[in-house]
Design a protein around this ligand. Structure first.
Ligand code: GDP
Ligand code: CA
Length: 316
């Protein structure tokens, strides 16, 4: 069996721990198609937060408290940059993490596509699944906000890390998406998949930028594999993160039903055949989509693996 997962960073990485565990039990092959909209260049380094969250988590090297970056991280580089007074000073750049960004940036500068760079980095971390960037082209999520009395588009990282999302926010724009092509291997993986799972990632800034790549969206929406999503919203709030702020900006109800309806039924040009919601959201209504309620708290990989088994069941 071949499983493709559309995923963002921290929530998606935790989901993938369960996907990998279940896939090992049933002998399935897993490919994660990872959001690159958060990617950003800082201090000359190309940083891919979601790819790194997934790679470090599956490689057993993620910081479990912070959720992103490396366990046992030190911050000398960040402190030294601050002493030079260089901006941006609000971005957390760990020392061990910096080595990853140096390798990545060097390879990109030498002309390797991000997909090849990701494969090279994964030789060290052995995530046990295939990680593919949604696109090898430049695609960045920008956020239309009002700051200092001025309306402008800022990078998603600036919106979230610097402003904590606490600025008047009007829209999310996926710069470069219109002309972006699916990353190397992505269309093959989707075309050969037996099922496509949508991780319980942020629907607005993790899943939407993946689907903003036109040929990728088309392959998922019109491909042979059934698509089953897992709700990132439990009982009206995101378990962690800012999905509520993002959904509110788009005037989407912050609920399992609201996100399911936003994705919409595949039969009507949307994304989903099936939608897994938490037992506390059993009343969620998503017309045209098969819905099932099971526990959705990703407490540990074993619990998450049971969610994945339920998602595969719903796909049948
Ligand atoms: P990011 O890219 O690091 O922001 O991570 P993702 O977009 O992949 O995932 C963030 C989302 O994961 C949040 O919006 C939460 O709603 C969701 N999430 C986190 N933990 C859980 C959990 O235990 N269960 C479910 N269903 N969703 C979760
Ligand atoms: Ca992210």
């Amino acid at each position: 069996m071949r499983i493709v997962v559309l995923t963002g960073g921290i929530g998606g990485a935790r989901f993938l721990l369960g996907v990998r565990e279940h896939a090992r039990a049933i002998g399935a092959d897993v490919t994660a198609v990872v959001n690159v909209g958060d990617d950003v260049r800082m201090h000359g380094l190309q940083i891919c937060p979601d790819l790194d969250s997934v790679m470090y988590t599956l490689g057993g090297a993620a910081d479990p408290e912070r959720g992103w970056g490396r366990v046992g991280e030190t911050w000398v580089v960040k402190e030294e940059l601050a002493k030079y007074g260089v901006e941006p000073s609000w971005f957390g750049l760990g020392d061990a993490d910096t080595a990853t960004h140096l390798v990545r940036t060097t390879m990109l500068s030498a002309g390797y596509p991000l997909s090849a760079v990701t494969a090279a980095l994964c030789e060290r971390w052995q995530p046990g699944i295939t990680l593919l960037p949604a696109t090898d082209d430049r695609l960045e999520t920008h956020v239309v906000v009002d700051v200092d009395g001025e309306r402008k588009a800022i990078h998603f990282q600036e919106w979230w890390v610097r402003h904590r999302g606490n600025v008047p926010t009007h829209n999310f724009v996926f710069r470069g998406a219109d002309t972006a092509k699916p990353g190397a291997g992505v269309l093959d993986a989707i075309g050969q998949a037996d099922v496509v799972l949508v991780a319980p990632s942020n629907p607005v800034v993790s899943i939407a930028p993946i689907l903003a790549v036109p040929a990728l969206k088309d392959a998922v929406a019109n491909g042979p594999a059934p698509v089953v999503g897992v709700s990132p919203i439990i009982g009206g709030s995101p378990v962690r993160g800012m999905a509520d702020k993002c959904l509110a900006t788009l005037e989407v109800e912050v609920s399992a039903g609201g996100v399911g309806r936003m994705y919409g039924p595949r039969a009507e040009g949307g994304l989903l055949d099936g939608w897994l919601v938490d037992t506390s959201d059993a009343q969620a209504q998503v017309p045209g989509v098969r819905t099932k309620a099971v526990p959705l708290w990703m407490k540990d990989p074993a619990t998450t693996a049971r969610m994945v088994a339920d998602a595969l069941e719903l796909a049948r």
